[in-house]
Each structure stands twice: as C-alpha cells, then as structure tokens.
Design a protein around this ligand. Sequence first.
Ligand code: ADP
Length: 945
Amino acid sequence: MTTLRTWFESNRSSLKTRWLKAMGRTTPTVWGCDWPGLFEILEAGIGCDAAIQTGVADALRAWVIAEPSVRQGSPSDALAAIFLLRTTFTDLLWEAEGGSVVTDWPAQVAAYLDRMAILATETLIDTVEQTVTGRLTETLKLERDQLEALYTITREISASLDLTLVMDRTLRIVSKAVGASHGSIMLMDQEKGILVLRAILGRDRMLPVEGEPTRFKPGKGLAGWVYEHRQALLIEDVTKDSRWMKSKRGNDRTRSLIIAPLIVDLDNYGVMTISEEQPGFFTEEHLRLVDTAAGQVARAISNAQLYSYVSQTAQELGESLRREQDEASKSQAILQSIADGVVVTDAHGRIILVNSAAEHILGTRWRSMLSQDVRNVFAILERGEREEMLKAMEALAANPTAYRDSPTIIQSKLAMEQTTVSAHMAPVFTSGEQFVGIVSIFRDITREVQADIAKTEFVSTVSHELRTPLTSIKGYTDLLMAGAVGPLMEDQARFVSIIHNNANRLTALINDLLDISRIESGRVRLAFRPLQIRDVVQDVVESQRAQFEAKGLVLEVELPQDLPLVQGDPERLAQVMDNLVSNACRYTPKGKVTITVSQMQGALRMDVSDTGIGIAAADQSKIWDRFFRADHPLVEEVGGTGLGLSIVKMFVEMHGGRIWMDSELGEGSTFTFILPTMEAQGSVIPKPESEIEAVSFVGAGRKTVLVVEDEPDIVALLRYQLEAHGYRVITAMLGDEALYKANAEHPDMITLDILLPDRDGFDVLRELKDNPCTADIPVLILSIVQDEESGFRLGAVDYLTKPIEERQLIESIRAILDHKSRVLIAEDNPETASLLSQILEHYGFLTMVAVDGYDTLATARREKPGLILLDLRMPGMDGYEALVRLKQDVETRDIPIIAMSAHAADYRSEREKLLSLGAVEFLSKPFTAEQLVVELERVMGGSHG
Ligand code: ADP
C-alpha cells in the first residue's frame, strides 16, 4: 500500500523543482537563501511520526538561526518559503489523488508544514529580538511586528475555515502591522467577470453576505490590473497612476496603495488592498508583508473552497447513499411483505436475496441461505422433485432468453412435513439485457392441494355411495328383463327397460367421475403388459356392432395382420377405443364409421372417422374439457356427460401417446391417437396357426360360496345370481360372522364386501389369510371401494367393482372355482410373454407376467398363482436362482413350476438338474401351444384336482 512517505519519495524531485520554481516566481529578492537546504530539512518530516517531526523542528530552528540570509534579508521570506512549499505540496498531492477524497494526505501535509511555519516564525522572532536587544531600531521593530502579524495570520488561517472571518481578521492584522487604516479584499465572481468586495476595513458600512459588486474587471483599474497580471503593486500616489479609477462617490481620499493578488499556484481568487490617505506611506517591506499575507488569504480561500467542495461532495454522496438506502429498504419492505417466498440467485446459482416468506416456506434462516448454492436449499424437497427443480433451473440458466416471457412453473412437495409448494422460476435481466440470475417464487399451495384432494375424495365418496343403490337397481332390472320372475307385459317391459337404461347412464356417469378423481389423485395404476392392439379393437367392435346395426350405420374396420405389440393396459385402451367408437356412432345420424389401425415409425396409429354432425371450429379445442358438450340438437338428444374425451385424453397420455382430432361441422370428424410400440423382438414360440376356439367352461358342481355383504338387497341379488348358476350360497352380514362361517363351513370361495358395519373388509381378509384353516379359501372382493392393490396385497384372488355385471361375476367365480388357475408367466421377452398369455387365456387360464427374477419372486408371493411358467434366461436374477429361491420360501414353495428354455444343449441332463431343483417339468423351446396346454392341464390337474 502506498503511504504518504513512499508517495513523497517517488515524487520528491518533481516536488522540489516545482517548489523552487514557484519561489523564483514570487520572491525573487531572496533567491540567494539556502532554500534547497530548507527543503531537505522539511522533507524529513513529511509523512513521518511525531518523534521524527520533533527532530525536524530542531533542525529547522537551527537552520533559521544559522541562515545568515534570513537575518540579513527579510525573516518573513523564510515563512513565505514554507508556505509556498505547503501550497506546492498539497496541490501536487491533490492532483495526484485526482480530486478524490480517498486520503487525507493534503490535510496532513498542510498541518505539518503550518506547524513548521509557526515554529520558524517563533525562532525568527526570537533571533531578531536577541540580535537587537538594547538597540531596537524602528526597522527591526517593524520587522518584528510584521513577523508577528504573519505568525498570527498563519495561526488564524489554520484555525478557521470560516472565510469571512479569516478575511476580516487578516485585513485587520495586516493593516495594523503596516500601520494603515483602510483595506479591502475583493474576490472574482467568475460568472459575472467582476471583482466583488468581500471584506472592508476602515469604512463605516456593512457588506451584504454575498458581497458588493465593484466596477473592476480583469485589467480594469488598479485592482483589475493586479488581478490580471498576478503581481503585487506598491503605489506611492494613486492620483498619479493612469490605471487608478476614481470612486464615483468622490469621497475616496486614498493616496498610498498596496494591492496584492490572491493567488495559490495557478488559482487566482482576487486582490487584497491596503491604503492610506497620505502619499508615499508604504515601503517595500510593507509590500512583501501584504503579498505574503495575500498568499495566506488565498490559501485560506482555497482551503475553504476545498472544504466546501469536500463537504458538499460528502453531503451529496451521503444524500445519494441515503436515497439508495431508502430505495433498497423500500424494495426490501415490499419484498418482505410479499406472502410468496422469493429467492434470488445470481448467474452461478448462489443465493443473493431471500425474503422472510421464503424462510418460512423453506424452513431455513435466510442468513444460512445467503451466498449458498441453491442446490443446498432445494435439498429439503422430495427427491424426485428436487431433481426436477434443479433440472428446470439448469435449463433456464443455460438458455435464459428462451424463458424470458414464460416462467417455468413446477409443483413440488417438501419432504419435511406435508407441505406442497409451487415454484415459479424466471430469469432476471439488467436493462442492458444481461442475464444476472434467477428469481424463484415459492408459494405454499398445501391448502389448495388439500382442498383438491378433499374435492376428489368427496366426488369419490358420493359416487361410491351412489353405487350401492345402483347395484340393486341394475341387478334387479336385469333379472326382471331376463324374465327371472316370469314374463313381463309389454308396458312393464318398456318401463323396466327405461329404468335399466337410466341406471346404465348413471353408472356410466359415476364411473367417469370416479375415473377422473382416481386419475387426478394418482390412484390409477395402469396394469401394463405387452398387447396386440388388434385384440382390443376387435373386442370393442364386437361389443358395439349391435348399436351400429340398430342405427343402420356401416362400421368399417381396417386392421392389418402383423402389427407390432404395444405396452399397455388392455382395459384402459379398450375404454379409449370404446369411447371414440361409441361417440362416432352416437353423433352420426347416417353414413359410416371407419376404424383404421396403421403402423408408423415406432408407433401405432388409430383413426376413428365418421360422417356425422362434426364439431364447430370454435368448439374443437373445448371438447377435451370436462363436461363440455357441443350446442347441437343431436348432442342434446343423445345425452351424455361430457367427461368421456377428457378421460380418453388422460389415458392416452398415460400410455405415452397423443390424441387429436380433425372435424368439419356437418361433414364428420376423425379422432386419431397414437401409441408407441414395443421394440420388436423375435419370438421363439410359433404363433398358433388357426384361431383357437375358446374352451367351454366345465360346469360347476354344488360348490359353496360364502357371500359377505351387509346390504340385504345385494345379498339377495347375489344369492339369486349364484344359485342360478348352480352354486350353493351361504351369507354373512358382518365381518366376525364371516370369519366364523369361513372357519366352520370351509366354503369353496368367499365374496367379500369391504365396507362392513362392524369391521373393515381388508381386516377380515387379513384374518382369513392368517388363519391356516381358512388361508386356502379363495376370496373375491366385491366392493365399491376401488383399491385393488390392497386387496391383492392381502391375498384376494380377484377384485370386482360394483355395480357388477352378472357375466363378469360368474366368469370370475368360474375362473376361481373351476381351477382354471392363474398362471404366472416369468418371461422377459415381451412378445413371448404376450403370446404365452394369449394362448393360455384362450384355454381359460388367468395369466400374469413377471419380467425378471425379482419380479417373479415378488409376484409369486403376492398373487399365489396356481403355477409358474419360468423362463431360465432372464436379466438380473436368472431362472435357476429364482427357482431355488421360490422353493426355499415357505410362501411359494408349494407352487408348481414348469421351467422352459430355448438353450438346452442336453435336454435330458438339463431336465434332471431342474427337477432336482424342484421344478415339476421342463419344456424346451420351441414347443407348440397344445404341448404347453397339455402339460399345464397335467400339472395343475394333479395339484388342484
Ligand atoms: P359425451 O359424449 O358424453 O357428451 P365426450 O367427452 O365423449 O362426452 O364428448 C364431448 C363432446 O364432444 C360431445 O358432447 C360432442 O359435442 C363432441 N363430440 C365427441 N365426439 C364427437 C363426434 N364423433 N362427432 C361430433 N361431436 C363429437
């Protein structure tokens, strides 16, 4: 760091030259003195501490005493020299500092040199006094008075920054020292270009604060001349000087005059005058004294100006600082009062600003957040959401301009407590378009989310409540229509059919509402598996053909043979297709509907087009909104909920697909959706050559079903339906009763309602499965509560949601009781898995698929299938290991396992090895469908018979 001392040393020579030059300009008479020696003495103390400066003071005193020229010449010259050095020095420093106020060096130097000047004066006065002791001449007395005057002026000036006071006192002291009675100080008004009277002595009037303008301009009058020539003048008699401008008032009796310029180096402030009414009053000594004093006044002015400049600058700085602080605290106050949490990061992701709402929402003190990496703050978010948030933030930082007008919005759950926040993130730009960071706004939306959940739950509860009475209505009307209690008369049949249709509509509405509420609350899990879209389309076409025929519409289907598999939930895709085809049928008064399935790059495309009423352009974007129905007479007539398409869209998107439409009012519409295909992989099982006839179900004997249900209407309905199919029915209305009867009567199967008056159905299920006497009784859940997952986890074999179709119920019961058992296909190749499951389902088995060893263990434990078809080649845990583990686990060791592989080098030894590990059979691929089914029948017949 530069100190004053080092600065001085590097500027020493230029300083000395400047000083000596200035000296030469102003005091030519004393040029013979040892001024360079004086410089050397004074320089030693600049920027040094008090101890060194004491040494300097001694040296200075010695110099003053020893310097003969001081004694011979004028002692005041020594002072003038020191003052000049002071000026030169501070000017240079001031220049070097570029006018800034960063150091107080000029002030330090000035104070030091002022002290030295006073010291020199004191020494001089002493010296003079000693020299003249006893013989005090007039000249020497005068000399001493002058020195004292200068000494006083110096002290005054360094003691005060009040310019008016300094000018008044200087005038008084100087005039006293030279014995004059009048004097004035005039300062140049730079704007007006005239000298202004600022201080007067010996005149009986007061000056206004801002001074009194004079007639003197630069070069005009004696004052103007001195101002312009920067040179002091001694006029013996002003009346003899052509430059003299007489006072207009005519009362000016001035004859002798000294005028000295008020200059500090380059700055020229004005003039000082000292006058007497007597001609020839002043001497050269007087002139020098006044000139030196004028120099002092100039310095005082310069100091005062400097001071006022510094204080004004400081004040301005202070003002702007305060304004900035005001602004900042205003913004801070606004920021703090915002209910949303605000976190601002710089371009590198470091937090630079946080408000108190953010503290509250994120649960961290702002002090601990400031200048932290924003990642650390996001650590409190739940894992997946944290990554999503950071990813969004990185994307935003990588290309901020792209997000300029569209902030990224992310909803996240905080890991701590159950708070949900939404985060809006937007880039911040300066007015110069420079990206400076990201502002993230966090809003606590827990209440909104909770309200949403409550709404969804409400919808779901109401719908469930509606299902119970609907189950009875539908069931009994079904029975009435089927003639179960005798034939109906025509009117009766018509009325029953109206009831039936409306019950169906109500069921559809409830199902739609439930679908929406379940999708929204994330409770819908799609049961993905490899599937042929052909099958889905064909099923839908078959189920709807009658409706088309009834309306006289043509239904065309273009369905290529070799379509790749898609990974999907067959039920949900059927629902999508069903909705589109039934809309096409309902909104088409005449003409035809075409279903086209085609293959695209990596996707399948399904088009459902009709020649129906079409959709107005303005409505086309709204048809995906819930409850939207076009304003068209036919739409009114056919009735509907306006929910179908919004569900369709959600399901297509959940499959990774897309859906859109194209329509013209009055011409027809085409609804198109695409689904990604699975990667095609070769199948080792040959496809069945011909369509396999579905096997007819073996008739059921008198098997006993325990119906656990508290609604008497539904109990009666189920009893009727089951007995009609040859089953014996026993019933229980309460959970405890069900447990008792299951134990006592050991029925072949149980249908279980989940909402029982005394206990939760899931608890009943758990107890049934925990009791060794009842654990093996298959349980079919019949419930309005859609929670298949819990049901299956607790060991139910199937789960039907009310209202229940009779056909569905009987099929499910048959599947369970007729030992068409469930087969777990453990196979990683999706095509093979799909083919196997198609074949087996054709033969009446229920199938499920596991894609690797771990999945196989988990599914086997959960589902307790009747058999496992185990591929030996699987990723991760292979079939051998899975086989060993299945056989070690008490839960799964009784499940028969058929191993299969395409890679057996030696069939016989491989088979032996597998049988020793616990497999019941080994099939070497390729094998035919018949071989497989025969083997399965053999094994399952044996174990379940
Ligand atoms: P819904 O058919 O029960 O009213 P959707 O959500 O399936 O509910 O359909 C919403 C609306 O879209 C319908 O009410 C109808 O106005 C219009 N729409 C749907 N499909 C077609 C179609 N194939 N032709 C003309 N309009 C249709």
